[in-house]
Design a protein around this ligand. Structure first.
Ligand code: SAM
Ligand code: DTB
Ligand code: SF4
Length: 330
């Protein structure tokens, strides 16, 4: 005999398989529906495409800290805000290689290097390219986030063997101007286009908890799903409030808002990895477990994000053991 749950699951899956043109109203309705309905749908989608007990591990390294000319209101590395983050020069190759080896030894499969640049100069790329090659030489996937790219810079990174480029849309087109004034939404879309055109995997998501509404969150997800191809990797960051940034006093979000955002991203982008990104240090294990149930299948792994703390690797290993989760191969 078929159970009612089984029938409902198959109905959900059938609906989800249909190609979907999303309307703003439909996405807001997804985000705001009763949590059990949302979790059920998201988890059903997740199981169709992924092993629900596997999570991909990426380790971040800030290879160029602080002194950034941009005014991103969330960012401790902007030179415009007094956050106590010191400006440093690009890390040397040996330091980066040691960090990547350590990340690999503790189980990460991807190494992501971030730089506090508006966009890289040619001499910057000349230094980053050997780093990408060295990471590949270790047998790890490589990812960089260096700011805006020209088509030729994207091509150079592709030739270097880069696997992923991270460049976030951050928020909705409407709310964007409240957060960043030194580059436009279109600038970001242009960089994402150059990355896509050369065949580098796109890692693109955003931040919640910056004072935006549910409509803004839905519009961010719409912008992502309506890219010519949805990103292969979608980081969902919860704002890490850093004293001295313009957003240091914004109201706290409910952890269930993160769960809802992850679940909605999972339903809308069933083939993408959804990364539970910044903000895990402030989340309970229970809230993280709900995010994994909702379809998060990637995390940043290692004690530091770029300038702020992340759960210790030991703590994440203990959490995975408790939840029966395993690190996935990619
Ligand atoms: N400078 C490059 C850029 O902006 O494209 C790369 C590094 S930047 C720090 C990468 C992303 O980190 C940002 O787009 C933003 O989404 C995220 N981020 C930065 N500060 C954050 C914070 N305080 N909380 C959450 N996410 C943050
Ligand atoms: C992303 O979406 N989140 C990461 C990564 N891409 C580069 C960065 C999070 C930064 C959190 C604040 C900090 O540590 O400075
Ligand atoms: Fe600079 Fe990137 Fe921070 Fe914006 S998010 S201030 S571009 S480092």
């Amino acid at each position: 005999m078929t159970s009612a749950v089984g029938v409902q699951a198959r109905t959900e899956i059938k609906k989800i398989r249909e190609p979907k043109v999303w309307s703003l109203g439909a996405v807001v309705a997804l985000l705001e529906q009763p949590i059990n309905d949302l979790l059920f749908k998201a988890h059903s989608v997740h199981r169709l495409k992924f092993n629900p007990n596997e999570v991909q591990l990426s380790t971040l390294l800030n290879i160029k800290t602080g002194g950034c000319p941009e005014d991103c209101a969330y960012c401790p590395q902007s030179a415009r805000y007094d956050t106590g983050v010191e400006t440093e020069t690009l890390l040397d190759a040996e330091t980066v290689l040691q960090a990547a080896k350590k990340a690999k030894a503790s189980g990460a499969t991807r190494f992501c290097m971030g730089a506090a640049w508006r966009s890289p100069k040619e001499r910057d790329l000349n230094k980053v390219i050997p780093l990408i090659k060295a990471i590949k030489g270790l047998g790890m996937e490589s990812c960089v986030t260096l700011g805006m790219l020209s088509p030729t810079q994207a091509e150079r990174l592709k030739r270097a063997g880069l696997d992923y480029y991270n460049h976030n849309l951050d928020t909705s087109p409407d709310y964007y101007g409240e957060v960043i004034t030194t580059r436009t939404y279109q600038d970001r879309l242009d960089t994402l286009g150059h990355v896509r055109d050369v065949g580098i995997n796109v890692c693109c998501g955003g931040i919640i908890g910056m004072g935006e509404t549910n409509v803004d969150r839905a519009e961010l997800l719409l912008s992502l799903v309506n890219l010519p191809e949805p990103p292969e990797s979608v980081p969902i960051n919860a704002l890490v409030k850093v004293q001295g940034t313009p957003l240091d006093n914004v109201a706290d979000i409910d952890p269930l808002d993160i769960v809802r955002m992850v679940a909605t991203a999972r339903i809308m982008m069933p083939n993408s990895y959804v990364r539970l990104s910044a903000g895990r240090e402030e989340m309970t294990e229970e809230a993280q477990a709900l995010c994994f149930f909702a379809g998060a299948n990637s995390i940043f792994y290692g004690e530091q994000l770029l300038t702020t703390p992340n759960p210790l690797a030991d703590r994440d290993r203990a959490l995975f053991a408790k939840l029966g989760l395993k690190a996935s191969a990619s």
